[in-house]
Design a protein around this ligand. Sequence first.
Ligand SMILES: [Zn+2]
Length: 476
Amino acid sequence: MPKKGTIAGQLASDSKKICKAIHQYSKGKISSENMDTLMEIGHGCMVTKNYIYQRYGSIKSLEKLYPGYTIEAEVKEAGFREKIGLPSVYFSAAMDRALGDIRIMWAQVKSGINDAAGKNERFSPQDRHYIRFAVKVSGCFENILNGKPVSVPKEIQPKYEMILAELGDEREQRVRNLNRYICRQARKRLRRQHTENETYFSIKMQGYRYGELDGEHGIFLTTKINRKRMFIPLTDKNVYDRILDIKLNPQKRTIEIIVPLFVNIRQHEDYINEIGISLGLWNMITTSTGNVYGSAFGKMQNEISDYILEEMRRNGKAKTSDTKRYMAYKAKMDAALKNYVNMEINRMLEMEKPEVIYMAKLPRNPGMSMKGTGDTYFLRMWKKGFVTERIQWKCQDNGIRTIEVIGKGIGTDCSVCGQKGYIEGETFQCPVCGYEENKKVNGAKNALNRGKTGKQLNKQFPQEKEEGIIKEHTEK
Ligand SMILES: [Zn+2]
């Protein structure tokens, strides 16, 4: 399988960072000549990756993978780059990505072995302890796989001997058996990586420069021809200074630049609560603990839609004008609302200190477009989607998990006894057990109950995901 999540390689080494990708797009059509040049580079990078997968994806090369200097020297020695004529800013980026992919594969092999050992009932806790140790400690795993004697770092030697002692009198035989098990499991999981993707490659910082040409902002990319850089106009004026991923669309003759941004996850050791929330059009968030955040949410939205409606009335047609004054004022109100949403979500996180937040999945609503219609319902639906997204991002930044639960009937089920109740005004009432509560609080409690009992739709574990999180993120 061709791998796309190449950024993950850098990610695996630092689990407290998440990756948010920013996208940039080429403006207009790229000339066929330039597109050909890019395709050639893409092809070269694919070939490079496959070369690295082929040469360094096996058990034999495992010990060379960390830290990787040996590989760099070997590849240089082999003169492969010169053979395929790829500029080093692309070549070494492709090499890094491929090595990153191989490292990720090994990490998966290791965790697979641990999982299998954990489920294998033949093993005693001491056996599993040995396996975990052997898989994790450098000098163990690669030597076992290569049939070499194990040599662990001095400072870990006592620990190693203790684990061996735990295995009892027949430890030699057991270690042999366990090592054989590790080898078998590793071979079973090892896969030779390969990519057919010629339209996705990376470029190192030294290989590009943002700038202007003929009044257009864009990016200059290194080409095979010495000193000749290709200019590609971009739709935005942002500049970045890191390794970039480039995705080609030869049919449309466009490119997309993917900029990985690594963001530190804030760790809050005191965030240990599980809460449910329900979103509202008037009160933005109600929690299962009975608190409300964003109580001015509905009022602010109404002001915006009133303004749009008023403007439409003044124009005497079902269309808003696009005068500067109108646009500027509308943008100001939108910004104020977004700012308010962010502030209130922050306040919620600080107050509730959640480790996990459960929330109902929003119904998919096609045709949610609200451009110029002034339709308050659609406006509100759209804002609700915006709120969910903001919550998810804020949570990710703070190392909090958000889990969506099944939304059906979440407002009308009784959060105490589970029977169907009814809603009167703002109040939920249960005819079976007599429970009475604010309807939003009841909904939030249902979200919490459903989350805890496993009626979950997705799970987002911001720091635990090995492949990393690559997602659009444009706003701080
Ligand atoms: Zn009830």
